[in-house]
Design a binder for this molecule. Sequence first.
Ligand code: T4K
Length: 366
Amino acid sequence: MSDKPIYVTRSSMPTWEEFAEEIREIWDTHQLTNMGPKHERLERELESFLGMNCVSLFTNGHLALEAGITALGLTGEVITTPFTFASTTHAIVRCGLTPVFCDIKPDDYTLDPDKIEDLITDKTSAIMPVHVYGNICDFKKIEAIAEKHGLKVFYDAAHAFAEKVEGRSVAALGDMSMFSFHATKVFNTVEGGALAYNDESLRPIVKGLKNFGITGPETVPYLGGNAKMDEFRAAMGLCNMRHLSEHIAKRKVLTEIYRERLSGIEGIKLNPVREDTESNYAYFPVVFDGFKLSRNEVFDALAEKNVFARKYFYPLTNTFECYKGVFNADNTPVALRIADNVMTLPLFSDLEPEDVHRVCDIIASL
Ligand code: T4K
């Protein structure tokens, strides 16, 4: 059997010919960036695909998060999860706000709505949940709490692009959602991200925030940075959108093989399947709970055989060195336990079914 390296993911790309054709007109116009025609086309295409009034592209998901926090006018404290990528917590802190960490549910690793209300103070302005691994948060409970207390809900939907819940686009949940279009995501624009929202009055603010706060040749009403997506990345997005459903379908087949092979193994807990959700099959997390080896031992055993899984999301963000002495991770015990025991297995659209079998054979043989 081949022991070629298998990484946790591999970027989806169009053929060279398709991309070359898409970028050809850039040589005619010489418009490389600053909201050019491809940028505008991709924004409109995403609005229609997601069924949203407004989609604003960004150079990456992280800067989109920071712009969203500013555009929504968040202040003081934001209730959020530590079981996420560094970006979610850093965005809150870099915007001068205080993250207040709420524990997660042990079944799908998203924010536990039953623990939110105890954390609300007179400084709380918002809840920032994460649809981690594409697992859609308990949005009904979260949004009911937000409404009761007059809070905004801003979803970090970095992992959830193209998903639907109860027939609705995930983008339509809450006040705003951020999607990441990084190279490692189901849909990529190399680096990239977007904010999706329905409140048209936010469009000029969001647009201004990614362009130095400038809204017209002589008007600068906002304090903004530079987070514009350029024409080459927008071109990559236009190409990748044409193949999105085919990539998701391939991921689904691979996910089903993983589930079939691993579901019977004692001590391995798989991601839950929700009947009311159309998944994008972004990640394949497994939690080792009562398995004969620890997560770290399995991780090392796979690496020895050239399979490079990842410990997404370990360590918890509230234990990062840069926040030493600031947060107490003992307040989020479920998140601590999951972070210590979870691993995401390789999953990407051109992974071969035999590669999935190879990963499962290694785990089954331990
Ligand atoms: N919120 C959440 C919940 C997020 O997960 C993220 C990003 C964000 C916000 C922020 O969104 P962005 O600003 O990134 O748009 C990766 C990604 O860089 C990051 O986007 C992602 N989450 C995070 C979960 O994973 P690394 O450091 O683990 O990626 P890296 O470079 O180790 O790549 C993993 C594997 O992917 C490699 O082994 C090979 C493959 N790969 C990687 C790159 C960079 C490719 O095939 N092509 C590539 O170009 O962070």
